[in-house]
Ligand binder design. Structure first.
Ligand code: EPU
Length: 433
């Protein structure tokens, strides 16, 4: 499937922001921890939640959805199957079911998905931490088999760097383990805090300490819950950049300023304007755009998933902008695509920043210099991954002329009814098979 986009229009109007993809999928998996029903509100009906739905159904969950109300109920009275190897579509989520299934059932078999277009994405930290909690794990090239014949027991885990997925996996394993587990150097992304809030309502005892420490006192059982999840800050940034980059005026409905503080500061430096009114934020171009330096980082730093839309905006800013990507080693593949449209982006292997970086002195193109402003013109593009696919769309909407964006299934993984919401803002975009 592809999008045909005709650019050059100012986008304006209001757009509702849906629940966070990267919380929704984990919350679905967390529902496996209880035999009671779990209802998720503000739920996004997107590709990744559809894949996670199939995963949960494989394990024995019954699901009931209300798309109009953005609500999903999952009920897993018992785990009827602990193997998930025959899924029709795969993403990187099944590894996260290891912790929850070990905690509830004492065993699990999940597929391993190879590295993708943003880097190899290993799961060594997940495996090591679950072993520390008492799991016996056998890694095969295509799957991981895990069991905890004597149940899980508390452990003290120290991550070398704050991995989002590994932190979530340990939390979901440790909530039902015997004793107090401690995670040091844990990731504390807003989606993780929201998962903790949901688990706390289910009966879990999870504390947040100083310096990225999380304490988990295992309990005997968890109960059902209704949880209204946080808005998607990646979706919010995508639409905010669209409003600013097209010189338009776009109001995001149902967002959290708290989770966007770092982005808003950066946008203001570039020349974007915003007005916060409760849970709505209006975005517009305030000044001529100026170059900036950005380093991606774990929360509360500038998020890696924000760099792709922001780079499109920086192609329209005066002067050389510098981006140092410290989370993924291979997240500038889309620079070639934007250069085809007229941008001047040079990916480099050097660390162009001050943050400690796992990729220093390695041959990864994880920094980039963007010289702007450069007019963009429409062309044919092929989507590489979710976030760079969104960068393609933003670039196509900023550009003169028509663009064809192929392989949009990747974008559907993370954005619900994207073209409907873009058209409501005045965009000229249509989907064709
Ligand atoms: N890493 C390891 N070993 C591990 C785990 C991670 O080396 O065992 C490395 C990864 O290869 C990567 C870095 O650590 O270089 C960070 O990975 P992390 O575990 O923090 O990320 P994740 O859980 O795989 C989630 C989001 C990503 C988001 C990152 C960072 C989900 C499903 N994915 O990934 O979102 O970029 O956190 O915030 O929650 C997306 O939405 O498209 C997306 C890629």
């Amino acid at each position: 499937m592809k999008f045909i986009v005709r650019g050059g229009k100012k986008l304006s109007g209001s757009v509702p922001i849906r629940g966070a993809k990267n919380a929704a999928t984990k919350m679905m998996i967390a529902s496996l921890l209880t035999s009671d029903p779990v209802t998720l509100e503000n739920f996004p009906f997107i590709g990744d939640t559809a894949i996670t739905r199939e995963l949960c159904e494989t394990f024995g969950s019954f699901l009931e959805s209300d798309k109009a109300e953005h609500r999903l109920t999952l009920h897993t009275p018992r785990i009827s199957n602990h193997r998930a190897l025959d899924l029709s579509r795969r993403n990187r989520l099944p590894i996260l079911a290891l912790g929850a299934l070990l905690a509830r059932e004492g065993r699990a078999v999940v597929p391993i998905v190879d590295g993708d277009k943003i880097g190899p994405r290993p799961v060594n930290l997940h495996i090591k931490a679950l072993r520390a909690l008492g799991a016996e794990i056998v890694e095969h090239p295509d799957r991981v088999e895990a069991s905890a014949p004597h149940g899980l027991s508390a452990a003290h885990i120290q991550f070398p760097f704050p991995s989002v997925g590994a932190t979530e996996n340990v939390i979901m394993a440790a909530v039902l383990a015997k004793g107090r587990s401690v995670i040091e150097n844990a990731a504390t992304e807003p989606e993780i805090i929201d998962l903790i809030k949901m688990l706390q309502k289910m009966g879990a005892v999870i504390g947040l300490g100083a310096n990225r420490t999380i304490y988990i006192d295992g309990v005997d059982r968890l109960g059902g819950v209704t949880h209204h999840m946080l808005p998607d800050r990646n979706e919010a940034v995508s639409f905010a950049v669209l409003g600013v980059a097209t010189q338009g005026d776009v109001t995001l409905e149902g967002v959290s300023q708290h989770d966007l503080i770092t982005f808003l500061n950066t946008l203001r430096k570039i020349g974007g304007g915003f007005e916060v009114d409760g849970n709505n934020i209006r975005f517009f171009a305030e000044r001529p755009f100026r170059a900036v330096e950005i380093e991606t980082d774990t929360h509360p730093g500038f998020m890696t998933d924000w760099q792709q839309p922001t780079v499109v905006l920086l192609t329209q800013a005066k002067g050389p902008s510098v981006i140092h990507e410290t989370i993924y080693e291979d997240r500038f593949g889309y620079a070639d695509d934007l250069n085809k449209m007229g941008a001047t982006i040079t990916p480099l292997t050097k660390c162009l920043g001050e943050l400690p970086c796992r990729f220093s002195n390695k041959e990864f193109h994880h920094s980039a210099v963007i010289h702007g402003p450069t007019p963009l013109s429409g062309t044919t593009l092929r989507v590489r991954d979710l976030r760079s696919g969104m960068a393609h769309i933003i670039a196509a909407l900023v550009a003169d002329g028509e663009s064809i964006i192929e392989g949009i299934e990747e974008i559907d993984r993370g954005y619900e009814d994207l073209e409907g919401r873009l058209r409501a803002l005045g965009a000229d975009i249509r989907r064709v098979d």
